[in-house]
Design a protein around this ligand. Structure first.
Ligand code: ATP
Ligand code: MG
Ligand code: MG
Length: 376
């Protein structure tokens, strides 16, 4: 079978390798951490992501190259495109690596984004906050994840401190209106190298302290909004020329509008629910899309709640899995996925549980009683 090279050896690469193996693909991950999560289930080249010799070796040893994180070094991406087959290309990476470029591309695709402004000085932030109104949120344009590199500006008196806090990063900054939303949802779209497009059912996402905590599917929003969200995600994937997966994060506003927050050109935490709940998982769909196979059915076979297992939950979850609770009941069937990370840290994603259920309220109650719900 063909070999797929993965830039990055984290949990997304690991689950990609586990999903691609039954289709006959072998995987080689490139990651600096020895025995990275993906390296435990696939071959691994241990080297820095920016190491050009290692990238050349990855190209040599594989037939198709993909990535599992967005901050791929531009020079490495160019080298891989030259030496190997990178169906996703590097243009979409370039677009999504910078919030201003990303917002422009989303607007060009016909999506609505929260009103925003570029910020180059404290005076510009002050003017933008007056124009956009409060609350708003100041973000670094590059490098942010899990809510890092963001400060909420609740009123004009917080402009100076917010600016000072993020200016030290040296990154370019963007400020955007804080959307008053009913809930957050996301859609994982897939587009194959032949142009076939498919979308998974929207997930309703619960965040705590900027980190995704749980996804509820079906999302608890009206059916016409679900359909609109899927159409919007497909349109964005087409407009951006995506190949592989494109995760589209949205706010369902109190005004009924779907605002697109950001996109990620890769498998996404909010798509983990697909692993047991859909006919095809997001990881299999990604492999199919980049290898030019027909896309699988995204059909949802059961309601599901996905909950992340963070470092602080790990000991409790280990105990839980030894108890009769771990088999679940007819109402709630927990499916555990641990990532095999070497180091356990509070706030770090160590795994997730997909709770297959008849009613998502039962799964949410299970999470509550298992103590996997984080403090506010
Ligand atoms: P990710 O880990 O998803 O890449 P990130 O660090 O890129 O996260 P965002 O997705 O921009 O950050 O924001 C994280 C969370 O913060 C959002 O999911 C949402 O809960 C909240 N948030 C960010 N921007 C806004 C906004 N303009 N209005 C309302 N809430 C927001
Ligand atoms: Mg992000
Ligand atoms: Mg996000």
């Amino acid at each position: 079978g063909a070999a797929i090279g993965v830039l990055g050896g984290g949990q997304l690469g690991r689950m990609m390798a586990l999903a691609g193996a039954p289709l006959g693909y072998r995987f080689v991950a490139l990651d600096p951490a020895p025995e990275a999560p993906c390296g435990q289930v696939a071959a691994q080249i241990v080297a820095a992501y920016s190491d050009k010799d290692a990238a050349a070796e990855l190209a040599e040893r594989t037939d198709v190259i993909t990535y599992e994180f967005e901050n791929v070094d531009a020079e490495v991406a160019a080298l891989l495109e030259e030496r190997s087959y990178v169906p996703q290309g590097s243009r979409l990476l370039y677009t999504t690596q910078h919030r201003l470029r990303e917002k422009a591309a989303l607007e060009a695709a016909g999506a609505t984004v929260a009103p925003y402004a570029e910020v180059k000085s404290e005076a510009e932030l002050d003017a933008a906050v007056k124009r956009l109104g409060t609350p708003c949120v100041l973000k670094t344009a590059t490098g942010g994840y899990d809510g890092k590199g963001q400060v909420v500006v609740r009123d004009g008196s917080e402009v100076a401190s917010a600016y000072a806090e993020l200016a030290v990063t040296g990154a370019e900054l963007v400020v955007e209106q804080f959307v008053k939303f009913q809930c957050e949802i996301s859609v994982i779209a897939a587009r194959s190298s032949s142009g076939e497009t498919s979308t998974f059912p929207p997930a309703e996402n619960i965040h705590r302290r900027g980190i995704l905590h749980a996804s509820i599917v079906p999302a608890r929003v009206p059916a016409d909004v679900l359909a609109e969200a899927e159409r919007l995600a497909a349109r964005i994937a087409e407009s951006l020329g995506a190949v592989g997966l494109l995760a589209v994060e949205m706010f369902y506003g109190r005004d009924g509008v779907l605002y697109v927050n950001e996109v990620a050109p890769r498998p996404h935490n909010s798509g983990h629910y697909t692993m047991e709940a859909c006919t095809t998982s997001q990881f299999e769909q990604h492999v199919r899309a980049i290898c030019g196979l027909p896309l699988g059915s995204p059909e949802l076979r059961t309601p599901v709640v996905m909950v992340n297992v963070l470092g602080e939950h790990l000991a409790g979850v280990h105990k839980l899995m030894l108890s009769p609770e771990s088999a679940g009941t007819e109402a709630v069937r927990p499916k555990l996925h641990l990532y095999g990370k070497a180091e356990t840290k509070a706030g770090r994603k160590m795994g997730h549980i997909n709770l297959l259920c008849g009613d998502t309220a039962d799964a949410l109650a299970w999470i509550e009683s298992a103590g996997i719900w984080p403090s506010e």
